[in-house]
Design a protein around this ligand. Sequence first.
Ligand code: ZN
Length: 55
Amino acid sequence: MAGKFIRVKCECGNEQNIFSAASSQVNCKVCGKGLASPAGGKAIITGGKIVKELG
Ligand SMILES: [Zn+2]
């Protein structure tokens, strides 16, 4: 399976793992803010900061 997980920290302080090849919108589980959107088979981080790539 291609892709990897990226750990993203939301503006609210929540950290959450996002699959880099996510095919659907990913929202913060705490505040509901959009964290990633799918674009051409690859997730674009739209909110928060990338803490690290988990490989
Ligand atoms: Zn949040």
